[in-house]
Design a protein around this ligand. Structure first.
Ligand SMILES: NC(=O)C1=CN([C@@H]2O[C@H](COP(=O)(O)OP(=O)(O)OC[C@H]3O[C@@H](n4cnc5c(N)ncnc54)[C@H](O)[C@@H]3O)[C@@H](O)[C@H]2O)C=CC1
Ligand SMILES: O=C1O[C@H](COP(=O)(O)O)[C@@H](O)[C@H](O)[C@H]1O
Length: 254
């Protein structure tokens, strides 16, 4: 299978949120988007908008009709989210979206995973030097998940669901362990956030590559090309053609 054609119909779940905004802000005209969120949009979108909860199997199946690719962002993004919420929104919701995607013959599925799926690697003996440039420790996506909270557990479960549905159906799936997305500049006075910063520009480019590249099953890290980093972006470069333009070190005096 070669690179995607641009006329793809793409379902974007969780479209009203921050990551959705970063993607649509730059790629709004690049695909035929169908947006989905449980919250009604607070502003006008130039795209079809489905108000639905991703745990509603019928509504999700209906939203999947005619869709070529899915970017699945909907979920509870709070690192401190309680179990009942991540169980429903992040685990059950992700299973529902994956199931409907396979049923509808979707070709590409992009899952918003998180740095928190591997937060447990930030052990006391590794931090804070892990967040600083000379340190050579790197996670590259081949390591086992090691969540540091129940939210991270739910993201690791989402990745496992992605693996299962890929193996069952052959649908191309990429799990993006997103770092810390902030607009304009990296978080201030927060070394961890600077090491895993993802700019809006690089975020949109990465998701564009996830929609256009050819792959089977992948786990990649979604961060900018920061001097300070403990996540490798080599796999994203190799398989997806990710070519980030931003670096948190360039904003140190902002
Ligand atoms: N913003 C970041 O830095 C990071 C985000 N992520 C992941 O990316 C995804 C998007 O995150 P953000 O945009 O930051 O969060 P957000 O809270 O701004 O957006 C999430 C959207 O999903 C919707 N949603 C939640 N549960 C839903 C459900 N059951 N059915 C339908 N819609 C539902 C919400 O209404 C919201 O509009 C999340 O899965 C999050 O875990 C992962 C790592 C870092
Ligand atoms: O998965 C996520 O990670 C980012 C970064 O984590 P943090 O603990 O350094 O804030 C977080 O901001 C975002 O809300 C979450 O979904």
């Amino acid at each position: 299978m070669g690179e995607r054609v641009r006329e793809s119909s793409v379902l974007l779940t969780g479209a009203s949120g921050r990551v959705g905004r970063a993607i649509l802000g730059r790629l709004g005209d690049a695909y035929d988007w169908r947006l989905l969120d449980r919250d009604r949009p607070t502003h006008e979108f130039d795209h079809e908008f489905v108000v639905a909860d991703i745990t509603d199997e019928e509504a999700v199946a209906e939203a999947m009709v005619g869709i070529d690719a899915v970017v699945h962002l909907a979920g509870d993004p709070r690192p401190e989210a309680p179990w009942d919420s991540v169980l429903a929104n992040n685990i059950d919701g992700t299973r529902t979206v994956l199931e409907a995607a396979v049923e509808a013959g979707v070709e590409r599925f992009v899952f918003a995973s998180s740095n928190h799926a591997v937060g447990g690697y930030e052990t006391e003996d590794r931090v804070p030097k892990l967040y600083r440039p000379p340190d050579e420790f790197r996670l590259d996506g081949t390591e086992l998940p090691r969540p540091g909270n129940l939210y991270g557990v739910s993201k690791a479960a989402g990745e496992t669901l992605c693996r299962y549905y890929h193996d069952e159906s052959g649908m191309g799936v990429v799990c993006v362990r997103i770092g810390n997305l902030t607009e304009s500049h990296p978080p201030k006075d927060y070394e961890r956030g600077q090491a895993m910063w993802l700019s809006y520009r690089d975020c949109a480019h990465l998701f564009e590559r996830c929609l256009d590249a050819d792959y089977g099953f992948e786990i990649v890290y979604g961060i900018s090309d920061n001097d300070r980093k403990y996540y490798s972006i080599d796999r994203a470069r190799e398989v997806l053609g990710y070519d980030p333009q931003d670096n948190s070190a360039d904003h140190i005096d902002d």
